[in-house]
Write a protein that binds this ligand. Structure first.
Ligand code: FES
Ligand code: FES
Length: 161
């Protein structure tokens, strides 16, 4: 069956975009293959790993499970949008300071889940942090440094954000 195209307009990383896309294309494919924002990763492609996490209207979303058409009218943030004017976001800085990145494949998704958490709750407790990143799988770090980074980012004022 032939896939129809749809026109969408949305804001991503503070820039407005207007695109014509196949109606069944995933948001992940729009972001990576059409917009070239390859910081967002594809792991499982079925909503299990969290590597593709983006923020849509302030909520952490698995972009592999969302149609690109659903981005219409939304305000989207990807990992590329965390940095502002050459300055890392405080969450990114905390990940560097705490050596929370090994292969780095999970990192963009975890950064976005953390950013969405902070949008709702600037001072989450341990349980709230655990819940916020429960959908993000890391095969390398054992999560200790990731957790320490998020705790650190709650209190630090360095970096943007
Ligand atoms: S690639 Fe989307 S959850 Fe794994
Ligand atoms: S750092 Fe390798 S998967 Fe998390």
């Amino acid at each position: 069956m032939e896939d129809k195209t749809v026109c969408i307009e949305f804001t991503i990383n503070r820039e407005k975009k207007a695109l014509q896309i196949p109606s069944r294309m995933s948001a992940l494919t729009v972001i990576r293959d059409i917009l070239g924002l390859t910081g967002t990763k594809e792991g499982c492609g079925v909503g299990e790993c969290g590597a593709c996490t983006i923020e849509v209207d302030g909520q952490a979303i698995n972009s592999c499970l969302m149609f690109g058409a659903q981005l219409d009218g939304c305000n989207v943030l990807t990992v590329e949008g965390l940095e502002k004017e050459g300055q890392l976001h405080r969450i990114q800085k905390a990940f560097l300071d705490n050596h929370a990145v090994q292969c780095g494949f999970c990192t963009p998704g975890i950064l976005m889940s953390t950013h969405a958490l902070f949008e709702e709750n600037a001072n989450p407790d341990d349980e709230e942090i655990t819940k916020a990143i429960a959908g993000n799988i890391c095969r390398c770090t054992g999560y200790q440094q990731i957790f320490a980074s998020i705790k650190d980012a709650c209190s630090t004022k360095t970096g943007n954000g």
